[in-house]
Design a binder for this molecule. Structure first.
Ligand SMILES: [Fe+2]
Length: 614
């Protein structure tokens, strides 16, 4: 921190799936967001232009203040893997190789140039005239015609980015860090050790053997989209019986340390556009399910079997990590760490005393990890190891913005400025069995809505389950909802054994018998414990609902419809409200009742005026 100027780092994750950006100031994450929320393109993989613009604005800085840009992987290592895999598989894999090369030649090989050029647009002196205009008429040097970011770019290995994203925010003084995902450059599973500001990779398992890719292969086999449908498979599992675990173990050679080899004859992702081979299909005797085909009991049993194998492999890895490195603390990251059922078992059955999972455990969290790791190298002495206190790191909209928006469209509203009265009013609507779109405060970072961009409802009403799934979320009716529960009452209702789950990353057994809408068929629930320190306005709403009904739990599902990202601003929220069957919309201190809204008129008005399409 020379000259007392803070060190600002810009973290980036992009060009694969779930692009994101963050700004880290002196080791503290001040802003982070996924690009999809701004572009409204689910899992957007493009350069996170809007997320970068937001993070810079939130931090109150420009690119001039950035001391380094931190990218979440080493592009050339990845290129090496693609090339070597193709050479090993030759002559198979020509089509997938060409597809991968096209992506590389258009984007990834020129990654640094693209990053510098894209970030150049954020320079205050950027001239928006086309380059040829300046070049031809003003005869400016080429460098000025293409303003570029000229600062440092740090490339952090993918698994180190994941590991850093969970170790530094955990607040642990030392920890063992297990990262499990599909694949980074070569790594698919890694163990790292964190001590103070130092984080070191110790062991790894490499491509093509990968728990993430095994899960994705079955995601593909069960007719869901790879890299996004995995959580649907997890949601399907409780409806099946784990009858086919032996058939899945037959695909692997598992070793004592939890590592395994995937028998190559069953998997096609090394050389093909499909995940599984013909032999895989023959082995299970059922063809690959197509996305809109019926989900039969067989598919549910297969999901349950895969889930069980995944949990056992994760537990084995955790056990090995403990035997090898000991310690009290475990941090988890990588896409597989979003498997909250496996996480719940690691907490309950694993040997570590404390377990921390970063809420953006997937690739979106890589931007945060890359920046935190770079900071730990740049400023090892002054590294801030305080835990990340909030995951509400995204944008917000002010009351005045919302009021003028509602007035502009002639939308009737109740304005409640007292926080206490607001919480009571929302709770009363919940108790009256209304389904509410809740938009408040800064947006969450990571895939879960944690009370600021959520749809909430009374969990005691069984009909709410189908109603919210089918008429509001327009999604499969088997998908269960998650509960948000007052942290101080959580142990009365769920078998959490004193463990907090503020980021909805653990499942536990539901002790209460009267909460059908949030209890899976196997009696478990994916829980968010809410304390006033985590999110005071949200806690107050649940607490007021508890005062009215004696129920300290509500349904919490993300504020979006199937296929769309979670809403980002108040306009997205309003658009979602009028397109679905919600009863109430809360926009900060304004409450809109569906009975006061002419949805059809607003729909056409909106599409014409706000979104410009027909
Ligand atoms: Fe990853």
């Amino acid at each position: 921190m020379a000259n007392n100027k803070p060190t600002y780092l810009l973290g980036l994750a992009c060009f694969y799936h779930d692009s994101s950006a963050c700004v880290v100031k002196d080791g503290v994450v001040v802003a982070a967001a996924q690009e999809e929320r701004f572009t409204r393109l689910k899992h957007d993989e493009n350069f996170p232009t809007q997320a970068v613009a937001y993070c810079l604005a939130e931090a109150g800085i420009s690119m001039n203040d950035i001391d380094g840009v931190c990218f979440y992987e080493k592009p050339l290592w990845k290129f090496e893997r693609l090339l070597l895999t193709y050479i090993q598989e030759w002559p198979r894999g020509f089509v997938s190789f060409i597809k991968a090369m096209r992506a590389w030649l258009s984007k990834k090989l020129w990654m640094e140039h693209i990053i510098r050029k894209e970030l150049g647009e954020f320079w205050p002196a950027y001239d928006y005239r086309p380059w040829y205009h300046r070049f031809v008429f003003n005869r400016l040097p080429l460098k000025q015609a293409f303003p570029q970011f000229e600062g440092k770019i740090y490339y952090v290995p993918h698994h180190l980015s994941h590991a850093a994203s969970t170790y530094y925010p955990s607040g642990f003084e030392d920890a063992t860090v297990l990262t499990v995902d599909g694949v980074g450059e070569w790594s698919t599973t890694s163990l790292a050790l964190g001590h103070g500001s130092k984080l070191e990779l110790k062991e790894e398992m490499v491509f093509p053997d990968s728990l993430g890719l095994l899960y994705s292969a079955f995601t593909y086999y069960l007719g869901f989209k790879v890299n996004s449908g995995e959580y649907k498979v997890m949601g399907l599992a409780p409806y099946g019986e784990a009858k086919y675990t032996q058939e899945i173990w037959d695909l692997l050679d598992v070793f004592d340390d939890g590592s395994f080899r995937m028998k190559p004859e069953f998997f096609a992702y090394r050389y093909g556009l499909r995940m599984t081979s013909q032999k895989f299909v023959k082995h299970f005797g059922t063809p690959v399910r197509q996305p809109e085909d019926e989900l039969t009991q067989w598919h549910k049993d297969m999901a349950a079997s895969l889930q069980q194998v995944t949990e056992e492999l994760m537990l084995k890895l955790v056990q090995y990590a403990y035997l090898q490195y000991g310690g009290k603390n475990l941090c988890l990251s990588g896409g597989v760490a979003l498997n909250c059922v496996a996480n719940g078992r690691i907490v309950r059955e694993g040997p570590f005393e404390n377990v921390y999972v970063f809420p953006a455990a997937g690739d979106a969290g890589g931007s945060v990890g890359a920046a935190l790791y770079t900071y730990s190298i740049m400023e090892p002495e002054s590294h801030n190891l305080a835990p990340v206190k909030t995951i509400y790191l995204g944008p917000k909209n002010s009351n005045s913005e919302i009021e003028s928006f509602l007035q502009e469209y002639g939308i009737k509203f109740d304005k409640i400025l007292s926080e206490e009265d607001r919480a009571k009013s929302i709770a009363q609507h919940l108790a009256d069995n209304k389904v509410i779109g809740l938009f408040q405060g800064r947006m969450e970072f990571g895939p879960r809505a944690l009370g600021n961009r959520s749809i909430i409802a009374d969990p005691r009403q069984n009909e709410n389950w189908k109603r919210v799934n089918i008429k509001i979320k327009f999604r499969e009716d088997f998908r269960p909802f998650a509960p948000s529960v007052m942290a101080d009452k959580a142990d009365d209702i769920f078998d959490l054994r004193g463990v907090e789950s503020p980021y909805m990353l653990l499942t536990a057994h539901t002790k209460a018998k009267d909460l059908p809408a949030i209890t899976h068929v196997n009696g478990s629930a994916r829980i968010q414990t809410v304390s006033p320190e985590d999110n005071k306005p949200y806690y107050d709403i649940i607490s007021a609902f508890n005062d009215l009904t004696g129920c300290s739990t509500i349904i919490n599902t993300s504020f979006n419809v199937r296929g769309e990202p979670i809403v980002c601003d108040h306009i997205d929220a309003f658009k979602c409200f009028i397109r679905t069957d919600m009863d109430i919309l809360v926009l900060e201190n304004f409450i809109v009742n569906v009975d006061d809204v002419d949805k059809e008129a607003l729909k056409s008005q909106f599409e014409l005026e706000v979104f410009g399409d027909d």
